[in-house]
Ligand binder design. Structure first.
Ligand SMILES: N[C@@H](CCC(=O)N[C@@H](CS)C(=O)NCC(=O)O)C(=O)O
Length: 211
């Protein structure tokens, strides 16, 4: 069985959702750098960054980086809809996965940990890094929405890996509130993705609906 290191409300939700679509069971280890404990200690033995999602395959292969994990799962299960079967559509899905990881997810890292990216930063400097990164993150999502059509899903005819990563990474740093105004159709698509019965319970567990 695969082992997924993750935590509630984190990027591991995208991998949990992909495994759910595949019907593949996983042992989930609660671990995150913000929750010191045995889970994090164990995670650091396989991923020195201590980041989640980290997936350990049945043969012990360690996979980090959400886009790489989703691509691997899609390529290992071509019968699934995780990646489109058509080569051009698949290429676009791969582009989208790397776009989110390299641009949007990376901006979240700056917002969450500004002190990692500036030497001797004081609090006002950290705040300026966060404000600039947040502004940039929202612009990156606008460009994503304009670049990747959803006919009717981002992954093509069926819900797939690109939908899952977009629905997870857009949860943070005010991206959805921004998109509600700037790109309402794309914002509605994000809700459609997380409300899909195949993944709805999982999304609700990670991001409980506000009453
Ligand atoms: N490049 C990684 C980024 C993963 C990442 O930043 N994960 C966050 C949680 S959503 C994390 O573990 N952050 C803790 C830290 O960097 O200390 C990916 O695409 O999966």
């Amino acid at each position: 069985m695969v082992v997924l290191y993750g935590s509630r409300g984190s990027g591991s939700a995208a991998i949990e959702a992909a495994l759910a679509l595949l019907g593949q069971p996983a042992r989930i280890v609660e671990a995150a750098t913000w929750v010191p404990g045995p889970g994090l200690d164990e995670l650091r033995t396989v991923n020195p960054l201590g980041q989640i999602p980290t997936l350990v395959l049945a043969d012990g292969t360690v996979l980090t980086e959400s886009a790489a994990i989703l691509l691997h799962l899609g390529l290992m299960h071509p019968e699934s809809a995780l990646l489109p079967a058509d080569a051009s559509a698949r290429a676009q899905a791969m582009r989208g996965l790397v776009y989110i990881a390299a641009n949007c997810y990376a901006a979240i890292g700056l917002i969450d940990y500004p002190e990692r990216w500036c030497e001797d930063a004081d609090e006002p400097t950290n705040k300026r890094i966060q404000a600039g990164s947040r502004h940039r993150l929202h612009a990156l999502w606008d460009i994503f929405a304009d670049t990747f059509p959803a006919p009717p899903w981002l992954s093509g005819r069926d819900l797939g890996a690109l939908d899952l990563l977009a629905a997870v990474v857009s949860q943070w740093s005010g991206a959805r509130a921004h998109l509600a105004t700037s790109r309402p159709a794309f914002r509605a698509l994000l809700t459609r993705i997380e409300d899909d019965p195949r993944v709805a319970a999982m999304f609700a567990r990670h991001w409980p609906p506000v009453a």
